[in-house]
Design a protein around this ligand. Structure first.
Ligand code: MG
Ligand code: ZN
Length: 221
């Protein structure tokens, strides 16, 4: 009985994700689902990404959070459209929540929507939001064992950002192990080394994201 309920939930999510995907494709808007544990630096990466790319791309952000709108306020300062979703304790975003957030955005005037998922390394990996791809952010202080412990996030992602590399020299984080583990879970994944705080690695990531956005725009009708 319980399994049937879960199947129904997942089926409903898939249907709604398909609706979102159609919208993104129709308007030629790249949609990225950004996942990580709490504190890996997603919002800081977004702030830097928005400020780097906002002259060349029209970016909007959807902020998923348990309770607060703190992250949305941080993004709002950059003058880009931002929609807050409060999950009220829910540990992941689902396609229906994103669908409602899309009503607040002018898709016709956007090139990229980045969805910051709830900080959680478990279930966000299992929920399709209709995005073109997922990315996972790991960070040095979390330790190098996260790919081994939470493989789904890394298997489901097109890119992985290793953030806070400025802290490598103060920790026993084994970057080679991290990279090998990520690549053995997902041989096609693109890995970016970054320190969002210092700006190291930011240009490479932004260049890649821009290229992805232009691909999607070409396909838009
Ligand atoms: Mg955040
Ligand atoms: Zn969850």
């Amino acid at each position: 009985m319980e399994i049937k309920v879960l199947k129904n939930i997942m089926k409903r999510n898939e249907d709604r994700a398909a609706v979102n995907r159609n919208l993104f494709d129709r308007f030629g808007v790249l949609a990225v689902n950004m996942m990580s544990s709490p504190g890996a630096g997603k919002t800081t990466i977004l702030e830097k990404t928005v400020s780097e790319l906002q002259d060349s791309l029209k970016i909007a952000v959807i902020e998923g959070d348990l309770m607060t709108s703190r992250d949305a306020e941080r993004i709002h300062r950059y003058g880009v459209p931002v929609v807050q979703i409060n999950t009220e304790g829910g540990c992941h975003l689902d396609a229906n929540m994103v669908n409602r957030a899309l009503e607040e955005l002018d898709l016709e005037n956007l090139n990229v929507i980045i969805i910051e998922n709830v900080g959680n390394l478990v279930c966000p990996g299992a929920f399709d939001l209709g995005e073109h791809f997922k990315i996972v952010v790991g960070s040095v202080p979390e330790g190098d064992d996260k790919p081994e412990k939470y493989p789904l996030m890394f298997q489901e992602s097109k890119a992985c950002i290793l953030n806070k590399i400025d802290l490598l020299e103060y920790s026993n984080f084994n970057e080679e192990k991290f990279t090998n583990d990520v690549q053995s879970l997902n041989p096609d994944i693109k890995i970016f080394r970054m320190s969002a705080i210092s700006g190291e690695g930011l240009a490479e990531w932004c260049h890649w994201l821009k290229k992805e956005a232009l691909e999607v725009r070409k396909l838009g009708k």
